[in-house]
Design a protein around this ligand. Structure first.
Ligand SMILES: Nc1ncnc2c1ncn2[C@@H]1O[C@H](COP(=O)(O)OP(=O)(O)OP(=O)(O)O)[C@@H](O)[C@H]1O
Ligand SMILES: [Mg+2]
Length: 364
């Protein structure tokens, strides 16, 4: 690439910073990075804040806990840390709980080898399309934009994550007809009705994959006095979690520790009890919220939904039989997106690739 073309070359980057996973898309390349959105801190050591971070007025040398790991390496530490280490996941329930940590994650994304390699190496700061939870405030949007710019972004465009997921799932979002999407992420479930490239109705339920894991942990502790970690609960959910009765119930053997006797305990569980005992309450909550949401939709749009149905995205949509469950609950046609966990970042990819969509993303 010549110096001149390098000067004018411009990379566009899409970022989906979720409660559990962060994903980075580079124009012309596709998905280049996917790691847990986590930062591990050593809380026994403080050091002077990195350059470029805002300095507090009352102290000349602001200090912060030492960063031990970011991304995949921090995710590996989840649930295994001694008291001196905390692993922070700064996006929770559609809210950015910690801006300094978010900045670190963004900087990590920008400086990651895979991202640098995928970028064409233009000298200009990349434009960034950021998928954000639909409920965030103007102040939070501004803070996120600042965080992205201090991490190396040029112009920042924000797009509501469910809109991005709908685009990624191939919904006809620009048409004058209602389409409905439900994104089941790690910390929340967002349901939206979209028409003419805008979100007409939205609702957020603070229930997602994390709560399903907690429900499995609570059930096993209460029923078998068996204590397991979040990873094991996640494994159980992925291997035998169901929302509807499968053709053949699935089984799982858990080796853990008896909470009262402190002895090794081996328990065989099956998908029926996980569905009917552990997850039933959360699935019921999801169903009730969804039905309440649908009742608030105007008749014209509701008529479209009867035709078009509901599309499910987010990693939680991978729970076996969830589409069937939602279809039975609502009587509407339901489709799980082809690659539900990646719909949001794929939508960012479409947006950065299409000026038509870019103009619809909110320019900050
Ligand atoms: N096969 C599966 N069955 C059930 N749940 C799954 C499966 N695979 C992944 N998940 C769940 O999907 C969730 C992650 O989904 P996703 O990556 O869409 O979340 P996120 O975007 O990080 O979170 P949020 O959208 O809430 O900010 C996790 O809770 C994970 O346990
Ligand atoms: Mg998400």
């Amino acid at each position: 690439m010549s110096i001149m073309s390098k000067l004018f070359c411009r990379d566009d980057i899409g970022i989906d910073l979720g409660a559990a996973n962060m994903r980075v898309w580079i124009s012309g390349e596709g998905l280049v990075l996917e790691e847990p959105s986590a930062v591990a801190l050593d809380i026994t050591h403080e050091e002077v804040k990195e350059q470029g971070q805002q300095e507090s007025k009352d102290s000349g040398k602001p200090r912060e806990h030492r960063v031990l790991a970011i991304g995949a390496a921090a995710g590996d530490m989840l649930g295994k840390t001694p008291g001196s280490i905390v692993v922070i996941q700064p996006m929770k329930g559609g809210v950015i709980c910690d801006y300094d940590i978010t900045k670190k994650l963004l900087r990590y994304c920008f400086s990651h080898e895979k991202v640098k390699k995928a970028r064409k190496g233009g000298f200009r700061r990349p434009r960034v399309v950021f998928a954000v939870p639909s409920g965030i405030t103007e102040v939070e949007k501004r803070a996120l934009e600042d965080a992205a710019q201090s991490a190396g972004a040029g112009d920042v465009f924000l797009i509501e994550a469910p809109m991005s997921a709908a685009i990624g799932a191939g919904l006809p979002v620009s048409e004058p007809e209602g389409c409905m999407l439900m994104d089941i992420g790690a910390s929340e479930t967002e349901m939206v009705v979209i028409s003419l490239a805008g979100i007409v109705h939205s609702n957020v339920l603070r229930v997602g994959g994390n709560e399903m894991n907690s429900a499995i942990m609570t059930y096993l502790r209460d029923k078998y006095s068996l204590v397991i970690g979040e990873r094991e609960a996640e494994d159980i959910k992925i291997k035998i979690g169901t929302a509807c009765r499968p053709e053949k119930e699935l089984e799982y053997e858990i080796k853990g520790i008896d909470a009262t006797e402190g002895r090794k305990l081996v328990v065989k569980i099956d998908s029926k009890e996980i569905r009917e005992e552990a997850l039933a309450g959360l699935l019921g909550q999801l169903e009730d919220t969804l039905r309440g949401f649908i009742t608030r939709i105007e008749p014209e749009l509701a008529a479209d939904l009867v035709e078009n149905g509901i599309v499910l995205t987010g990693g939680g949509a991978l729970l076996r039989g969830l589409g069937k469950y939602i279809a039975a609950a609502t009587g509407l046609p339901v489709r799980v997106a082809n690659d539900p966990a990646h719909a949001t970042i794929e939508g960012c990819g479409v947006v950065i690739g299409e000026l038509e969509y870019l103009s619809k993303a909110k320019r900050r």
